[in-house]
Design a protein around this ligand. Structure first.
Ligand code: GLA
Length: 393
């Protein structure tokens, strides 16, 4: 009898969304994967590209170092049927999304999809507004693992209500799906989205043309400016809920090696989701070695889940810290000048938080121990580049 009453109550609450919540125990470290937008945008994305990218993720060793999500961004959808169910663009995806999901899963990878909280997506495809239930059910039926949910064409909508509605529908649909909010930081999601999604964009889009700084057309932002926009947000991030400064632009538009190393290192320090945006089928050895650097990825994926923060700012030369498990500390020296900088580190002077006793110093890009913190150390940081250390007991 008791069981019956419990089941009745559970069904009642669930069907009314009252027990709805986000799925727990997902994205306990920042999600890693690949997203189609930076290289392919709307016109270039199709079934072949996605399959080949899944193949490449395995063949290039990306999967082995932790990349797992293959995310189709905008432009896979074309309309809705009479019952409000989404219609896939058959020209680009002739076999349908379910078979693509199965293909990606057969490679041991996970599959991500994209929609929008408004009437249309940013590229003008059908949005989910008014069809949240059908869409959530569809993603669950297709065995999708990750949803990026955008914020175009949402005039008059409240962000918390709209994102919570989709969270609830995903939960009711019953398949654990990582929920990635993409409202560009407009409504300060870091203040309210911890119980709504697993990651949230903090800014407008990174410049997929890979520029270092500056705003282009007012909404594409150079990656170094995105770093500045993360200052102060560290207290909002943790396992299962991450600040997202947008996808990686490493490998896009021939980003120079020094900038690519600095960009990737800063994303690792920030505990940012690592979503590669380059063409994995055709990348330089340098880009490959940067994106798959295990020492740096270990900083990003550290299970403590602390986002790094700036501890010293000398104008164009900055020092960042990220606390790690077992009392280890990652330190990143970021030179934003157009000339190199020689810097003498006096560990007793820089304000490293929770710095206790002496540490061995491992240079993570050289992958070697370069000294200990009981003496000063002089480093040379090239222009728009970094030196990243792991301080170890
Ligand atoms: C917005 C998002 C981007 C991308 C495009 C797709 O600009 O912020 O990341 O998803 O839409 O149209």
């Amino acid at each position: 009898m008791k069981t019956k009453i419990f089941l009745l109550l559970a069904t009642f609450f669930l069907s009314n969304g009252m027990l709805a919540q986000k799925f727990d125990n997902l994205a306990m470290t920042p999600p890693m994967g690949w997203n189609s937008w930076n290289s392919f945008q709307c016109d270039g994305v199709n079934e072949t590209v996605i399959k080949e990218m899944a193949d490449a993720m395995v063949e290039t060793g990306f999967k082995d170092v932790g990349y797992e999500y293959i995310v189709i961004d905008d432009c896979w959808q074309i309309g809705r049927d009479d019952n409000g169910y989404i219609i896939v663009d058959k020209e680009k995806f002739p076999s349908g999304i379910k078979s693509l999901v199965d293909y990606v899963h057969s490679k041991g990878l996970k599959f991500g999809i994209y929609s929008d909280a408004g009437t249309k997506t940013c590229a003008g495809r059908p949005g989910s507004k008014g069809f949240e239930r059908q869409d959530a059910e569809t993603y669950a039926k297709w065995d999708v693992d990750y949803l990026k949910y955008d914020w175009c064409f949402t005039e008059g909508q409240d962000a918390i209500t709209s994102y919570t509605l989709m969270r609830d529908e995903l939960f009711k649909a019953g398949r654990p799906i990582v929920f990635s909010l993409c409202e560009w930081g407009e409504n300060k999601p870091w203040e309210w989205a911890k119980d709504v999604g697993h990651l949230w964009r903090t800014t407008l889009d990174i410049d997929m043309g890979a520029r270092y700084d500056g705003n282009i057309w007012g909404n594409l932002i150079g990656w170094s400016d995105l770093v500045d926009m993360q200052v102060g947000l560290e207290k909002y991030a943790g396992p299962g809920h991450w600040n997202d400064p947008d996808m990686l632009a490493v490998g896009n538009n021939n980003m120079p090696e020094n900038e690519a190393r600095a960009h990737f290192s800063m994303w690792c320090m920030l505990a940012a989701p690592l979503m590669a945006g380059n063409d994995l089928r055709d990348m330089s050895e340098v880009d490959h070695s940067i994106l798959t650097n295990k020492e740096l990825i270990a900083i990003n994926q550290d299970v403590l889940g602390k986002q790094g923060f700036k501890i010293e700012d000398y104008g164009n030369f900055e020092i960042w810290q990220k606390p790690l498990t077992n009392g280890d500390i990652a330190i990143c020296f970021f030179n934003r000048e157009t000339t190199s900088n020689t810097y003498e580190i006096d560990w007793s002077k820089i304000r490293v938080k929770d710095f206790e006793g002496d540490y061995k110093i491992k240079d993570l890009w050289k992958n070697e121990i370069v000294g200990a913190t009981d003496t000063t150390l002089t480093i040379d940081v090239p222009s728009r580049d970094v030196v990243v250390f792991r301080l170890m007991k």
